[in-house]
Design a protein around this ligand. Structure first.
Ligand SMILES: *[C@@H]1O[C@H](CO)[C@@H](O)[C@H](O)[C@H]1NC(C)=O
Length: 116
């Protein structure tokens, strides 16, 4: 049994699936993003950016470039919040969660930013 577990862990570590990451992909706009896209292999994460005034952008992103400077340059904006993540369709908007979840998710979102 132990051997099996080790094998499973080994396969998970060294045999990543060939599929690329899938992200929501939308230009900034007020509507909920439902467009999915398979990222090209150079991208290893998804990004969600809020540009204020209900404008949110969704894209594939390089995790190594998930920092304020690169994002500011790419979106040509000074005020934004962002989130990068590394699983399929993980960049859905944290702002669309209903009711009391909103303040909770924003709180944890800010905590995440502080920890990065
Ligand atoms: C992404 O790739 C999967 C598996 O290859 C495919 O089934 C799916 O249709 C693709 N999605 C898009 C939006 O291209």
């Amino acid at each position: 049994m132990k051997c099996l577990l080790i094998t499973v862990a080994f396969v998970a570590l060294f045999c990543p699936s060939e599929s690329v990451i899938k992200c929501y992909d939308c230009i900034p706009g007020p509507s909920l993003c439902k467009t999915e896209k398979n990222c090209s292999s150079e991208y290893d994460s998804c990004i969600w950016v809020s540009l204020g005034e209900q404008r949110e952008s969704y894209n594939c992103w390089k995790y190594s470039q998930c920092d304020g400077k690169n994002i500011e340059k790419h979106f040509n904006t000074g005020t934004f919040t962002f989130r990068c993540c590394k699983s399929d369709l993980c960049n859905s908007s944290p702002l669309t969660m209903a009711g009391s979840m909103i303040s909770l998710s924003i709180a944890s979102f800010l905590t995440t930013l502080l920890l990065i």
